[in-house]
Design a protein around this ligand. Structure first.
Ligand SMILES: C[S@@+](CC[C@H](N)C(=O)[O-])C[C@H]1O[C@@H](n2cnc3c(N)ncnc32)[C@H](O)[C@@H]1O
Length: 775
């Protein structure tokens, strides 16, 4: 890339015999270039025409000649909401491009830009288009982040995302300088609530007399077949509303629900005057748009707002089948299952034929009122294939609709281990008790085929921020739920539901909430996992951390993203529910929560780890490394002398934490496990084998259940059988094995997937039946 140049720098470039004197443009020159109408139109049309994907774009950006294709710098200093950001749509608050340019980098709070798109739009990271103001002298690029999050370059019809000639308002605008390099200057919007599409009719009523002084560029028009916003004088309001509804429907079908809602809203504006003298045609269209808007809101889990739409639709036509169905769906989405049932019963009595969908919905309601059944638990736990980093099997078709939000015997209280809140058991709990089943507030699943493309254009965190921002914009009541989550040490959590701030899209807060409450897997291109599965789950986000004394495990199903929190050990009434945010078996330096969560863990294990001298830690590492086991090949070069030496080493490792054997994680290393579970077992040195395995078991019992637990329990059981231990001992280890099959996979059948699939048959010889009637 060469040296970093500063504005005004001069240098010489040679290409063969040609010598060129180059000069890095000053800030003023760059801004002038980036706000010249001709340049903006030409660059944006080129991006649209060439369907530039982010990868291609990045390659082009390496060559300075193509700097004009640079995307707007990603927002980095997102603003926290304050009252000065409320915008009144009065002409005196309107700012021109000229004013924005004079205030580079400043948020013009309480102001708005009235703009019109003069180029087709595209998407690199945000939705990107050229805009002008009514004066039409200058233009600039507009980057809408967190807008139309599902639109994809080359896949979406951008004329339906942000059509040419769209008039819009950008509230609290900020003209931004690129962070680094020769990127374009432009207007950035990160808050979806700051963008409002205005219909020609609304422009007239809000700003009478405002005229666009220039025409839409020929170059832009040439790329499109028709213009959405050009209505012929003889088109009626009903026709215009129908046209806009169809654009909304197209967006909905393409899974761009937020776009759909924007167009349905504009369509509704055209019907507002007609509502006074409602004709059958107006009534039909109105109900259709309201019901379709409800469908889009339901897709985004904005159930409160969906309910308002279906309520209005049913007020006009109480037998509208889709509105009835969606009304019930919204009630169910809000967890108001009984009300949903009563509503449907009333409608089913009133109208004889409401169709199969409604009948099906009615039949699943009783199941939603009960705690999750075995079938659901098994499907959610269903482990990934052995030795594969592919996702779990999808849930059976339709199952996700049968999964209710569930909260077991727990309550929210002030935590004892941190300043904030935590969850507490309200009764004694057995291992395997389901405490929470919840769907994410914002979730993301990207399958292996699409992972790379996804990560080329955004990050999972940014995507989730966009989803959350859109949800609160569309359903402000959801702010109360989301903003109750920890947002870092600087932002106080408000619990006052009446506080108007709780209903505003506060991007800075949302970002913090996302980073402190994010749960998920594999977010980098390099990481092993081939897919992305992550999100923010509100109820589970209230659970605090402990490395060694956690009592619950949390598992979310890879593709459906349904989260379950289950106890893996006994919990006493009043005890705090604790999970482990990281793998407790990692060394202390990798369990550093300061960076990710801003706290220092003071659990028994962290305190013990911190109390040890570097010499002792090095000695332990050296002992483990000296074992003859090769972790890369998983091989052990058996020889009695080598084994004898390693047995002495294992004794030494044990002694290093003799006072706290249940925290001796060095005993769980693969070398020691292999020596015990494979070598000693093969050599029939059962007493030594059992003694080591029991010590390892005492440590792993402290960590949330994973694939190891069943394997350890079954090896101990095998060893005990071979030793001819008493039935009571065998019963005890059989029960341990059952426990971990249930906890890990939800079913005793899981035993068949281990190294000893015939354990149930072997146990019969000792008079023990592995499979129980209740499982
Ligand atoms: C996901 S939240 C957990 C719920 C949070 N306590 C609340 O009131 O919303 C994570 C935050 O809780 C706090 N926390 C969790 N476990 C902790 C612990 N063991 N010690 C201190 N703070 C902890 C930290 O501030 C952390 O960033």
């Amino acid at each position: 890339m060469g040296p970093k140049r500063m504005p005004g720098d001069v240098w010489v470039e040679r290409k063969g015999k040609v010598v060129k004197v180059m000069r890095c443009p000053t800030e003023e020159e760059s801004i002038n270039y980036d706000t010249t109408r001709r340049n903006v139109i030409s660059v944006m049309n080129r991006i649209h025409r060439e369907v530039i994907d982010p990868q291609k774009y990045l390659e082009q950006a390496r060559h300075r000649d193509h700097a004009d294709l640079m995307l707007l710098a990603y927002p980095d200093n997102l603003s926290s909401y304050d009252e000065n950001m409320e915008v009144e749509l009065k002409m005196e608050n309107c700012v021109s491009i000229e004013t924005l340019v004079k205030n580079v980098g400043q948020i013009l709070k309480g102001k708005f830009l009235l703009g019109r798109t003069i180029t087709p739009s595209s998407k690199l990271v945000g939705v990107d288009a050229g805009v002008e103001d009514p004066e039409g002298k200058r233009a600039m690029r507009l980057g809408l982040f967190n807008y139309s999050v599902n639109a994809k370059m080359g896949k979406s019809d951008f004329e339906a995302v942000l059509p040419l000639g769209t008039m819009l308002i950008v509230k609290n605008p900020v003209f931004k300088k690129p962070c680094d390099g020769p990127a374009s200057y432009g207007l950035i919007v990160d808050n979806p609530a700051d963008v409002e599409i205005l219909s020609p009719r609304r422009i007239e009523s809000l700003f009478p007399g405002v005229q666009w002084k220039s025409d839409l560029p020929h170059e832009s028009r040439m790329q499109l077949n028709s213009l959405l916003w050009e209505f012929s004088p003889d088109q009626s309001d009903l026709e215009i509303a129908t046209k806009l509804k169809n654009v909304g429907n197209k967006a909905f079908v393409e899974n761009r629900s937020t776009d759909a809602i924007r167009f349905y809203d504009v369509a509704l504006e055209y019907l507002s005057d007609l509502e006074e003298q409602i004709t059958p045609a107006v009534s039909t269209l109105l109900v259709d748009i309201l019901s379709n808007k409800a469908a889009a809101l339901i897709k985004l889990d904005c159930f409160n707002s969906a309910l308002i739409c279906t309520g209005k639709a049913l007020g006009i036509n109480n037998g509208h089948v889709k509105a009835i169905y969606r009304h019930a769906k919204a009630l169910i989405g809000l967890g108001r299952y009984s009300e949903g049932g009563e509503f449907l019963d009333e409608k089913l009595t009133q109208f004889s034929s409401l169709g199969d969908d409604i009948l099906r919905l009615r039949t699943i309601l009783p199941e939603l009122l009960k705690p999750p059944g075995k079938e659901i638990i098994c499907a959610l736990l269903n482990p990934r294939q052995k030795d594969s980093n592919l996702p779990q099997k999808d849930l059976p078709v339709g199952m996700v609709d049968r999964i209710a939000e569930f909260r077991g015997p727990i309550q929210l209280k002030k935590s004892k281990i941190c300043k904030g809140e935590g969850l507490f058991a309200t009764q004694d709990l057995e291992p395997g008790t389901v405490l929470l089943v919840c769907k994410p507030f914002a979730g993301l699943y990207v399958n292996p085929e699409e992972k790379k493309t996804f990560l080329d254009s955004t990050t999972p965190n940014e995507y989730l921020v966009g989803v959350m921002a859109n949800k609160i914009w569309l359903d402000p009541q959801l702010g109360r739920d989301l903003y109750a989550l920890f947002a870092g040490p600087e932002l106080k959590t408000s619990t006052d539901n009446e506080d108007p701030k709780m209903r505003k899209v506060d991007i800075a807060r949302i970002r913090q909430i996302c980073s402190f409450n994010f749960t998920g897997s594999s977010c980098s291109k390099e990481e092993n996992e081939k897919f992305i599965s992550c999100g923010v789950w509100i109820p589970a986000s209230k659970i605090n951390h402990n490395c060694i004394d956690a009592n619950v495990m949390y598992v979310h199903h890879d593709s459906s993203l349904v989260m379950m929190v289950i106890t893996f050990r006994k919990v006493k009434k009043g005890e705090e529910i604790l999970m482990s945010y990281v793998d407790a078996m990692q060394p202390l330096e990798r369990r550093d929560f300061m960076k990710s969560h801003d706290f220092i863990c003071k659990c028994r294990l962290c305190e013990l780890d911190r109390s040890e001298s570097p010499a002792l830690i090095a000695k332990r590492d050296q002992l483990v490394k000296s074992l003859a086991y090769d972790p890369d090949t998983n091989l052990y070069p058996f020889h009695p002398l080598i084994l004898g030496r390693d047995m002495v080493t294992i004794d030494k490792v044990e002694i290093l934490r003799a006072a706290s054997p249940d925290m001796n994680f060095a005993m769980t290393c693969s070398g020691i496990y292999t020596i015990a579970a494979v070598v000693l077992l093969d050599q029939r040195r059962y007493v030594e084998c059992l003694s080591i395995l029991e010590k390892v078991y005492a440590v792993i019992e402290n960590v949330p259940t994973n694939f190891m637990h069943r394997a350890h329990a079954e090896t101990i059981l095998i060893c005990c059988m071979r030793m001819g231990k008493k039935k009571a001992v065998l019963e005890k280890w059989t029960e341990e094995l059952r426990k971990y099959c249930r906890l890990y996979a939800g079913t005793l059948e899981h035993v068949r997937l281990g190294d000893y699939p015939r354990i149930p048959e072997d146990l019969k010889k000792f008079g023990i039946t592995f499979f129980t009637d209740t499982d």
